[in-house]
Design a protein around this ligand. Structure first.
Ligand code: GCU
Length: 684
């Protein structure tokens, strides 16, 4: 029994069928270059992968082997003659960081498969790509594959609270990182790095953006719930350096969330004013110390002037002035500042605020600053339009922050595959016909960020099916053009058995729509979750009474007017997008009540707003029942443990979705007084 047992996720490498095993025999002999730490990871992965898929350990050579079955060669063209003979060296050299080339060829009479790249990181991705093909049962004959990541930066953000072991919005147990024991390493950190690298992730922020939140422990004692700010101290840097040594082997850079007031918290300054010389000096020295500990450190992530975190507004400075002092400190070392745009205050409509704060300072950020913008203007809701900032800041490096952990979409209980949501966001027209995916991919400092809730639970993500979100996030970050079905199919086939792929992929594909229907009514309403007191946010149970501002329900109307007669949010998009949203006749139905406050009986295609809300809520529950039934068809087809785990959660999801439906439809009825045409909504 291993010390700590946990799931392999999609890196199971189950035995290939006999025909496939025969066709994969080239890979039994591996000639892989040695040297960079990444190459150790490559050899180790091939050993695992080939052993699993073919049932025999591969032979690892340091020279081209003589084998009748041919061989697999992994290395750069400069290092290996077989590689430079088999590929066009120019093609390889022209690839961007992370890109790779896989090619079948004949070399000195032997069949070879070559995995090559201009960088060691590219060799890691190429190796995982080849192993994925084999895990999916695809042919590796006549290969000629060239891939490059669409996004230069593909990052996961942990919201782990060091020293307290907890994970904010994590539904998979305690922090994966054992902060007290670090710098001692655990085997599991390597396996986590493997999972991330296998889907192309190249950066990890190891601690929560809330680096410090004071909480009342007892009547007059306040403690900091999150001590992430301490990671910049010597002891914290030692721990970070240890984690970085693991991630580095897989081509992943390590980042830290830092507190804007660190010069006061850790240093002995009495200000954190970004224009103060002593503050500038403090950050410069601190950056030197960080790079002494972690030479390839990625940079700092900052949540400033947001939900209680300090920031430049404390000194009447702009966000650009705040970000730039950190950028100047990191610049000599090649580091980057990830500055979050999640800023709002007590404005009537929080949707408009990030734009108001950031659009006027487009172009004022240093080149090594990236603005990290949540996908939508509110907060990771089941469905939101894309943030207006993506079309408004052409002179700033931008990234899109997605939430992989399911804070508002059923947490560790509901099945909700978010890949379709992300596709919708990435394809979003930011104004002049340019999709969001292109806005965040046009320079080296841009990319995509996902908030992971990965934790210590044996299945990593709390719900087995939520692993598909981690997988899908990475695949989309690498290639946003992949279609949803390809991703769910790939995940299911590698993670379960072939016989179950179609069913599981289908369940995932239909799961998000169901959640949107029963948690929102499907017309663009949102945030009807229970919040509770400031420190007990739950975001799981229905509670539409709590936040009237988010849905605007009155006896006459439902929805929020965000047009020019209301908060003016729609007009923050460039035309023609703004025009489309301004007019309820052209606004897409699924966002109608996000942009408009309309009479309950406003007419839609063949029905009214209120009736559509009722219908969608009922459809959502029916869809969950159907998903459960489809899952039940897998009994005996997949292993009992995972079957049961998911089946139990579907039982709970059916109950919870009914609760959501009943709460929402009663709420709609209480306000509108209009009965459901089908008589399904109880009338008092
Ligand atoms: C949400 C979430 C918080 C988180 C915040 C953020 O509001 O509920 O837990 O801290 O987003 O993204 O900073």
């Amino acid at each position: 029994m291993p010390l700590e047992a946990y799931d392999d996720c999609w890196l199971r490498y189950d035995r290939a069928d006999e025909n496939r095993q025969a066709s994969y025999r080239t890979c039994v002999n591996v000639y892989a270059s040695v040297g960079a730490p990444e190459l150790g990871a490559v050899r180790e992965e091939l050993r695992r992968g080939i052993s699993g898929l073919l049932g025999r350990e591969p032979h690892l050579w340091q020279h081209p082997p003589r084998s009748a079955d041919g061989f697999l060669a992994v290395g750069t063209p400069e290092e290996m003659e077989v590689v430079s003979d088999a590929v066009s060296v120019d093609t390889v050299q022209s690839l961007g960081d992370g890109g790779f080339h896989i090619r079948s060829a004949e070399w000195e009479g032997a069949d070879v498969v070559v995995v090559t790249a201009p960088t060691d990181r590219g060799l890691v991705y190429g190796t995982f790509h080849l192993l994925r093909r084999m895990s999916l049962g695809r042919s590796i004959d006549d290969l000629d594959i060239v891939e490059e990541p669409a996004n230069a930066e593909r990052i996961v953000d942990h919201w782990d609270n060091p020293y307290r072991r907890s994970v904010e919005r994590g539904y998979a147990g305690q922090s994966l990182f054992d902060w007290e024991r670090l710098p001692d390493l655990r085997e599991r950190y390597f396996d986590y790095a493997r999972l991330l690298a296998s889907v192309g992730i190249n950066g990890v922020v190891v601690n929560n953006v809330n680096t410090r939140i004071p909480a009342r422990e007892s009547a007059n004692e306040f403690v900091s719930r999150n001590a992430g700010w301490r990671l910049l101290e010597r002891d914290g840097l030692e721990k970070t350096a240890a984690l970085a040594s693991v991630f580095r082997r897989y081509g992943i850079r390590t980042y830290l969330s830092v507190n804007f007031a660190a010069p006061m918290l850790i240093g002995d300054l009495d200000t954190a004013d970004p224009l103060d010389d002593a503050v500038e000096e403090w950050w410069a020295r601190k950056a030197e110390g960080v790079y002494d500990a972690v030479p390839d450190f990625g940079g700092f992530l900052v949540k400033a002037d947001s939900e209680g975190q300090p920031g430049p507004y404390d000194y009447d400075r702009s966000h650009a002035e705040g970000a730039n002092v950190l950028a100047r400190a990191l610049e000599p070392h090649g580091g980057r500042v990830w500055w979050r745009a999640f800023v709002y205050s007590d404005h009537d409509d929080r949707a408009v605020q990030a734009y108001e704060a950031f659009e006027p300072i487009d172009g004022a950020f240093h080149e090594n600053v990236t603005l990290q913008i949540k996908n939508g203007p509110i907060d990771f809701q089941p469905r939101e339009p894309a943030s207006t900032l993506f079309g408004a800041m052409p002179a700033t490096n931008l990234s899109c922050e997605l939430q992989i952990t399911q804070e508002y979409t059923g947490q560790g209980v509901h099945c909700c595959c978010l890949v379709p949501q992300w596709k919708e966001i990435l394809e979003f027209d930011t104004g002049d016909g340019t999709p969001l995916k292109e806005v965040i991919a046009d320079s080296a400092g841009e990319g995509i960020v996902g908030v992971v809730g990965v934790g210590k639970d044996p299945n990593w993500t709390g719900h087995y099916l939520s692993q598909a979100n981690l997988y899908g996030y990475g695949r989309l970050a690498w290639n946003p053009d992949l279609d949803t079905e390809t991703i769910t199919d790939e995940w299911a086939r590698q993670t379960f058995d072939d016989d179950a792929t179609e069913t599981i992929s289908g369940v995932l594909l239909d799961s998000w729509d169901a959640v949107v229907d029963y948690e929102t009514g499907g017309l663009g309403l949102m945030h009807m979750m229970y919040n509770g007191s400031a420190r007990l946010e739950n975001h799981y149970d229905p509670s539409p009474h709590e936040w009237p501002g988010y849905h605007g329900a009155t006896e006459e109307e439902i929805g929020v007017d965000r047009t020019t007669t209301g908060s003016g949010y729609a007009a923050q998009y460039p035309d023609p997008v703004a025009e489309t949203y301004e007019d309820p006749e052209t606004c897409p139905e699924e966002l109608l009540l996000f942009f408009h406050s309309l009479p309950w009986e406003y007419e839609l295609d063949e029905t009214t707003v209120v009736q559509r809300l009722y219908d969608n809520c009922f459809d959502g529950v029916d869809a969950v029942r159907d998903l459960r039934a489809r899952w039940h068809s897998l009994e005996g087809v997949i292993d009992e443990q995972r079957y049961r785990h998911v089946a139990e959660r579907f039982d709970e999801q059916v109950v919870q979705s009914r609760r959501w439906r009943d709460t929402l439809v009663s709420f709609f009825y209480d306000h509108s007084g209009i009965p459901d045409e089908q008589g399904r909504v109880p009338r008092p």
